[in-house]
Design a protein around this ligand. Structure first.
Ligand SMILES: C[S@@+](CC[C@H](N)C(=O)[O-])C[C@H]1O[C@@H](n2cnc3c(N)ncnc32)[C@H](O)[C@@H]1O
Length: 338
């Protein structure tokens, strides 16, 4: 059969103007639309008065959010869609808007300089102005807590899949390296009562980790290990986890971190590396490939990588077996066995 349909530019235009929908959502999160509508449905006039917005364009923006499946409209009242109610109401524990707030405040303007990044190979974030976003973040506990919570929004799906898929029955202790507030160890400990361990991260993260772990009543099984993963040895455990860690660093630094994990594991111990691992043929995981471009914008040397890349690095530092396993969405884990 021949394809008689003439090609159209629709898909190209959708990608090219994709930032319209993206920014419509990011501004809605910034303005708190979904949090306000979680209280009760409101008309456009009520929403404008509540959010301090004028009329021109606002109804079009609200109806665009309806057409994108983020809001529902009944009569002249707007309400959250089911997904928005669950994931975009700031007062809901399943809120994932933290990462979108950061995307709106930082990544959206920085990606405007992607062409410069490609020409120069230089980061386009605060570093371009001589500022250090992360150094400032670690000095401000409230902002650090928000950032660490945004990481939980990003990693919750993968944490649940790792809790389900990995053969935890064979192991007793687990430490998450670069754990942030502890999303992964908490999900593992909730699902597997025989597991204990904790999270390793920079000292400034300790009280935020402890608070999050205590909110699940897991303080007796999960503890915080303060340290710098380049300056200090990693804590010993049957299983070590590195989620969204390796992609921040250049190839030499990736090697150092993998070697340190290998040294901290017992024989038979496992390292689980997870993030949006790129497919080996580098054709299909757009999210993983674009995440790697995001590392160009955000870091001096970071990049994402394929499962085959990670397995080769694991073999170089001494891991005897490794395999790649899909988790959820664009995320996979690479498991290395010592
Ligand atoms: C992108 S976040 C990933 C958080 C978590 N693993 C996840 O996947 O949701 C990177 C984490 O690495 C930590 N980190 C960065 N540099 C570090 C270092 N030198 N030593 C220890 N932890 C570090 C950060 O504090 C942060 O919690």
């Amino acid at each position: 059969m021949t394809n008689t349909q003439a090609p159209t530019p629709e898909a190209i235009l959708q990608i090219g103007l994709g930032f319209w929908g993206s920014k419509a959502l990011l501004s809605a999160v910034e303005l708190g639309v979904f949090t306000v509508l979680a209280e009760r449905p409101l008309t456009s006039k009520q929403l404008m008065s509540r959010l301090g917005l004028q009329a021109r364009g606002t109804v079009d923006w609200l109806d665009a959010l309806v057409s994108l499946g983020l809001l529902a409209r009944s009569g002249d009242e707007y309400a959250n869609s089911t997904n928005a109610e669950l994931f975009l109401d700031r007062n809901n524990p399943s809120y994932v808007g933290g990462i979108l707030e950061m995307a709106n405040a930082r990544l959206y303007p920085f990606w405007g300089s992607l062409t410069d990044a490609l020409r120069t190979g230089q980061p386009q974030n605060e570093a371009k102005m001589g500022e250090d976003f992360f150094a400032a973040l670690y000095q401000d506990r409230d902002r650090l807590r928000q950032f660490m919570h945004a990481m939980t929004g990003l990693s919750m799906g993968a944490a649940n899949a790792i809790a389900e898929q990995f053969p935890w029955g064979r192991y007793h202790t687990v430490v998450d390296i670069g754990a942030a507030e502890g999303c992964v160890p908490v999900q593992l400990a909730l699902r597997h009562p025989h597991l204990s361990g904790g999270g390793f991260d920079l000292p400034a993260v300790g009280s935020i980790f402890d608070e999050y772990v205590a909110s699940f009543g897991l303080g007796d099984r999960l503890r915080f290990y303060p340290g710098d993963f380049f300056a200090d040895p990693l804590p010993a455990a049957d299983v070590l986890v590195m989620g969204h860690i390796l992609h921040d660093w250049n190839l030499d630094e990736k090697h150092i971190l993998l070697r340190k994990a290998y040294e901290a594991l017992p024989d038979g111990g496992a390292l689980i590396v997870f993030e949006s691992i790129i497919d080996d043929d580098r054709r299909t995981n757009s999210f993983g490939l674009l995440m790697s471009v995001n590392m160009l914008i955000e870091t001096p040397g970071g990049f994402d990588y394929s499962g085959a890349d990670c397995r080769a690095w694991m073999a170089e530092v001494g891991f005897s077996h490794s395999h790649v396993e899909p988790l959820v969405g664009p995320d996979s884990m690479v498991v290395g066995i010592k």
